[in-house]
Design a protein around this ligand. Structure first.
Ligand SMILES: Nc1ncnc2c1ncn2[C@@H]1O[C@H](COP(=O)(O)OP(=O)(O)OP(=O)(O)O)[C@@H](O)[C@H]1O
Ligand SMILES: [Mg+2]
Length: 354
């Protein structure tokens, strides 16, 4: 749900919580610019918005932002917004005074206060309801907030880092996210590209996870064959690095290539095959969104084909704005236009263009 986690430390690194920099950023151009931006902004203590698809490493990058900030020796307090119901989230974030509501037998500081002189990491910020968005806006404007039931405002010094896998501009258009808050949290943004846009890093990630899980589970799984590596490099990776990591975990435990080749194959034929990480918290909401995204991809592809890849006509046919269509095309991994289509043997049916 939420936790005070220790800042980036050599111990955390050696435990594998944060992979080495060379793995986190890889060698592709897309990630080189993320690293450059991160280095520049981390010390400036401004709000940072990290966005990118699920499993692209937003959590890791948020920890790095904290680890490089002037308040790195302060707390890093993470709040997973959708994991806490709206009414509870307010008291979790801002705290309450004794007697503020039935059951409030004593005063309790909120996460905001606990993050004083440190970083408040708001994960999946798009899930914050509008009422709380305005309270957060006040915090960003003047560092002030009010515990539930308190007479006076309190002041904190805190750096706010937010993460989302949604396009907040589309959320603003649909009225679920405040535009003024967007400008406040988005002083600097870091976009993490999906794995299919950094295929050059797949091989190194495979080696890294192979070694890591061999060590962790005391196994001796062998390096992958070049044939399977080629398949992995062409695969669409809808679950991004998390999916690759889970795949390698399974490979190390099961110890044979057929086991993972089999895991990839049904994905081509099935409508939706959720990639559930049983080691961590399971979010029904997130998995459902993933399914919706795949379904949207299928629908959009059909309508695009019916409209000979004319995107304006497609947007009209789907009754969405042109901008929203472009976003959804990118979001679901469809090619930007007909000529950009390339044969991709491991691409799920929902996104295979042919
Ligand atoms: N660049 C990377 N190098 C190595 N491992 C990574 C990298 N990015 C992500 N991972 C691993 O992939 C998994 C998912 O990463 P993370 O939780 O940071 O993704 P996320 O973008 O926050 O996803 P979500 O939107 O679902 O919360 C983690 O187990 C993490 O260790
Ligand atoms: Mg995350």
């Amino acid at each position: 749900m939420h936790a005070t986690v220790s800042p980036l430390s050599p111990l955390a690194q050696s435990l594998g919580e944060i992979p080495p920099e060379s793995i986190v950023f890889g060698r592709t151009e897309a990630m080189r610019s993320v690293r450059e931006r991160l280095t520049k902004i981390a010390s400036a203590n401004v709000p940072v918005l990290i966005h990118g698809e699920s499993g692209t490493g937003k959590d890791i990058i948020a920890r790095m932002v904290h680890g490089l900030s002037p308040w790195k020796s302060g707390p890093l307090v993470k709040v997973n917004c959708p994991a806490i119901p709206g009414t509870l989230l307010e008291s979790e974030l801002f705290g309450y005074e004794k007697g503020a509501f039935t059951g409030a037998y004593g005063a309790k500081p909120g996460r905001v206060e606990m993050a004083h002189r440190g970083t408040l990491f708001l994960d999946e910020i798009s899930e914050l309801e509008l009422g709380l968005q305005s309270k957060l806006l006040q915090l960003l404007q003047d560092g002030q907030f009010c515990r539930i039931g308190a007479q006076e405002d309190k002041k904190v010094e805190v750096r706010i880092v937010c993460a989302t896998n949604r396009n907040l501009e589309v959320e603003i258009e649909s009225g679920t996210f405040r535009q003024d808050l967007f400008y406040r949290i988005n002083v600097v943004s870091l976009y993490l590209p999906p794995l299919r846009e950094r295929r050059g890093d797949v091989e190194e990630l495979v080696h890294y996870f192979l070694e890591y899980y061999n060590r962790k589970f005391n196994c001796r799984a062998r390096a992958l064959s070049s044939e399977l590596m080629t398949v992995l490099q062409k695969y669409h990776w809808p679950g991004n690095i998390r999916e690759l990591e889970n795949l390698m975990k399974r490979y190390v435990i099961l110890g044979n290539e057929e086991a993972i080749a089999g895991d990839l194959a049904p994905r081509q034929a099935s409508f939706f095959n959720p990639d559930i990480d049983f080691d961590g918290p399971i979010s029904l909401k997130k998995l459902t969104r993933q399914a919706v995204r795949e379904l949207e991809g299928k629908i959009i592809l059909k309508v695009l084909q019916a409209n000979h890849w004319n995107r304006k006509k497609t947007a009209r046919a789907l009754n969405i704005s042109y901008r929203a269509l472009l976003y959804k095309i990118r979001d679901s991994g469809l090619p930007a236009n007909r000529s950009a289509r390339r044969p991709q043997p491991m691409v799920p049916q929902s996104v295979a263009a042919d």
